[in-house]
Design a binder for this molecule. Sequence first.
Ligand code: G16
Length: 544
Amino acid sequence: MPVYTIATIPFPDQKPGTSGLRKRVQVFRQPHYLENFVQSIFDTIAAPPDATLVLGGDGRYYNREAIQVILKMASANGFGRVLVGKGGILSTPAASCLIRKYRTFGGIILSASHNPGGPGGDFGIKYNTANGGPAPERTTEAIYAASKTIMQYRIADVASEIELDALGDSKLGDMTVSVIDPVSDYAELMESLFDFAAIRALLSNGFRIRFDAMHAVTGPYAREIFVNRLGAPADSVINAEPLPDFGGGHPDPNLTYAHELVDILYGDNAPDFGAASDGDGDRNMILGRHFFVTPSDSLAIIAANAHLVPGYKQGLAGIARSMPTSAAADRVAAALNIPCYETPTGWKFFGNLMDAGKVTLCGEESFGTGSDHIREKDGLWAVLFWLNILAARRQSVETIVREHRARFGRNVYSRHDYEGIPGDAANSVMKLLHERFGELQGAQLGNYKVLFCDDFSYTDPVDGSVSIGQGVRIGFTDGSRIVFRLSGTGTEGATLRIYLEAFEPDVAQHHLDAQEALAGLISIALEISELRQRTGRDRPTVIT
Ligand code: G16
C-alpha cells in the first residue's frame, strides 16, 4: 500500500531552466530531493486516476535509481500504467514519439542533455505533456512554485527493485509497469518519413558514413537504423555503447566536444558524411568531407530540399527558428512563400505553432532540428533527412551547401561561448548592455551602423502568452546582428553566449572563413559589452 512520507524542507533551488531541472548528481542524491520535484510535477499536472505515463532517460549515472523512485511514486499517485524503456533507456525524441503514439497523459524524461554525466556530472528531469513536447512555461513555473511549498510526497512502500531489463508487464501496487523496446516504435516512425530504399541504395554504392553516438543514448537507435535497416557497415557507428559517464566525454555534438568525429571527417581518406548526436539524442551535428554545416544553414537546406523527402513532399506549412538562429531559413521561407516564426530559445516555444499546424519544420542554432512528426528536436531524424537529400541529389555535402548559398546568399554565422564564468560577472555584462541601449541606438560602430537594440520578447501567436528578457539584440542597418544571451542549461557558474551573424550575398566572398568574415562584429561585441574586463576571459571556451 502507498504510504505518505513527510518530507523534510522543500528545496528552494528547483527552478527549471531552458529544458527542465538540471543539477549535479550529488544535488539530486540528497535525501528527498528527487522525490520533492517529482511530487511537485504530479501535484501540478493533476493526472486523472489510471493515467498512463512514459518514463525513460539517456542512461546516464543515477538514471536507474531515479526510475525506481519515480515508478514507486507514480504507483502511489494513482497512475494506471507506466511505459518504461528497457534498461531505463529512452532517447528524448523516442519518448516524445511514444507519448504521441500511445496517447499517454505525458512523460518524464531523465537527462541533462549534452552535459557530462557520472558521479561528478549532471542529472536532469523534465516533464513532457500529452502532445509529446516539453511542458510550457506556465506549467514549469507552477511546478517550481509547488516545489517551494510542498510538505509531503507519496511513494509506494515496496523494498524490491522493479525489473527493467526484461520486456513485459509487471505490477507495482495497482499500477502496471510495461517495459518496452526503446527503439522499435521510433525506428518505424523514421521509416515512415524517409526513403529508406534510396538511402540503402546510396550506402550500397560506396557512400561512406560515420555516426558518433558519443557513448550516449543514440548508439542502439543508430545501430538499428543505419546498420540493421539501411545496411551500412557496422563500423559506420562509433562510440555506440551507452555508458553512465559517457566514457568520460562531453556528449555535445559540436566542433570542440565531438573532436573524434571531426578528426575523422577532416582526416585522410575521410568518409563522405559524418554526424553526431548528444546525450539524450535530440541534437545533431552534420559534417561533409572536410566540411562543417552550421545548424542554421542545416535548417535552411532541409527546408529548401524538403520536397525530396517522402514525409514532406506535400509541402511545408511554415518554418520556425529560435531568435539567435540565423535568418538563412527566413530566406527559404520567403522563396517558398510560407511564414517563418522567430521564437525564444527553447524547444517548448515551437509546440503551440506545431500543434496549431502553423509550422512543419523547426530549428535552433544550438544543434537542434526537427519537425511536427514529434514535439522534440530529433538528432537522428536530422541525419536521416540529410541522407535522404544526399541520396536524391547524389552530390557532396559541400556542393549542396555551396549551391544553396549561391541561390539564397550566405548568412555567415558563429557563436562564441564563455562557459563557467562567475554569475555576477555575467549579470554585469548583461546589465551594462541594457544601460547602453540609448547610446547605441543609431551609433556608427566601425563599418556598422546600429539600427535597433532591445531585449527580445515574444508573444505566442496561438495562446497569447508573453515571454520577456529572451536575449539582447543589436541589429545593424545591413542586416548584421549581434545577440547576447545567458544560457539556461548550465549547472556551474554562468555561460554567456554571443551570437554573430552577417549576410553575404556575393558568391565570390562565400569561401571566407566565418571568423574572418565576422571579425569586425566580434570586436564590436567585445567592446560594447566590456566582456573581457568584466569576466577576465580573453577568449571563448567554445566557438561554433
Ligand atoms: C535546450 C533546449 C533547446 C535550447 C537549448 C539552449 O537544449 O531544449 O531548445 O536551444 O537548451 O541551451 P542554452 O540555454 O544553454 O543556450 P537541450 O539539448 O540542452 O535540451
